[in-house]
Design a protein around this ligand. Structure first.
Ligand code: ZN
Length: 275
């Protein structure tokens, strides 16, 4: 498979136009020890009470239970701070250096591990857990206030935390800068139009550690598929929704490998072609 991929990449890199795009999801961060959204909710069952992600991860729920949602997010902040980028993240950073402007990275992840590994151009289509914004929309997203400490999931917010989690301009709650289940994608916060623009100009799309359970990633893949450009699935699991929608495609290359194994190999292939 890697040999076939090398030939495809040789042709694409000779062209000197069109993007080489990476679309990453939870699978790449799972290798850094970060559980997926659904598996983390198992912890909440022990901590407080059980919520289905589709119910808990909503603006509607937040608007009625701000403290609980923040408590949960501060626990997540803790896990993210302890996680480290892995070989897959670092390989993508090296690939960006090799490809320059032709490199694009769209990520569903909200953990910031791509930036921490050194990748510069990252489009976070589901937002970032390292940023907050006013829940009433009066501020642009900004970095997490420094004095707010990460927590264990059983720890309550202190009065100081609550104070720090209020908007300095209007006094309403700040919110995590992430897309909730009952919200829509948009360009302002989630690079919606940019993601389509990238898909439209992509010559090869690497789909890494994502199974295709959310709308925008599916649309990105379908856009590239309709244009008959190459799609490379990198996932140890070969029975995802993406495998299903791409079945029979003549421009599909499937690498059934974890991202920390496949991406360093891919980096070496690109390096060899370009030298
Ligand atoms: Zn505000």
């Amino acid at each position: 498979m890697m040999k076939e991929l090398k030939e495809i990449l040789q042709t694409i890199l000779k062209e000197k136009k069109g993007y080489l795009t990476f679309l990453t999801g939870a699978g790449i961060s799972a290798e850094s020890g970060l559980p997926t959204y659904r598996s983390i909710d198992g912890i909440l069952i022990k901590g407080t009470k059980y919520h289905r992600p589709e119910e808990f991860g909503t603006y509607r729920y937040f608007s009625q239970n701000q403290e609980e949602v923040w408590q949960y997010n501060l626990f997540w902040k803790n896990m993210i701070e302890e996680a480290k980028p892995n070989a897959g993240h670092f390989a993508i950073t090296e690939i960006e250096k090799l490809l320059g402007e032709r490199f694009k990275l769209i990520t569903q992840n909200v953990d910031g591990l791509h930036q921490r590994s050194g990748t510069r151009k990252v489009y976070e289509i589901h937002g970032s857990k390292q940023k907050v914004r006013c829940s009433k929309g009066c501020s642009e997203p900004f970095d997490f206030p420094e004095n707010i400490q990460a927590k264990e999931y059983t720890e309550d917010l202190t009065p100081d935390d609550i104070d720090d989690l209020k908007c300095k301009k209007c006094g309403n709650w700040l919110r995590p800068h992430t897309l909730w289940f009952d919200e829509s994608y948009n360009e302002k916060y989630y690079h919606f139009d940019t993601a389509y623009h990238i898909a439209d100009n992509t010559d090869i799309l690497f789909v890494v550690g994502t199974s295709g359970s959310t709308a925008l990633p599916i649309n990105i893949v379908e856009t590239v598929k309709i244009r008959a450009k190459w799609i490379v699935l990198i996932n140890p699991d070969n029975d995802t929704h993406f495998d299903y929608i791409l079945r029979g495609s003549k421009t599909l290359c499937s690498i059934q490998e974890s991202s920390s194994v496949a991406l360093p190999q891919l980096k070496r292939i690109i390096e060899e072609i370009l030298k």
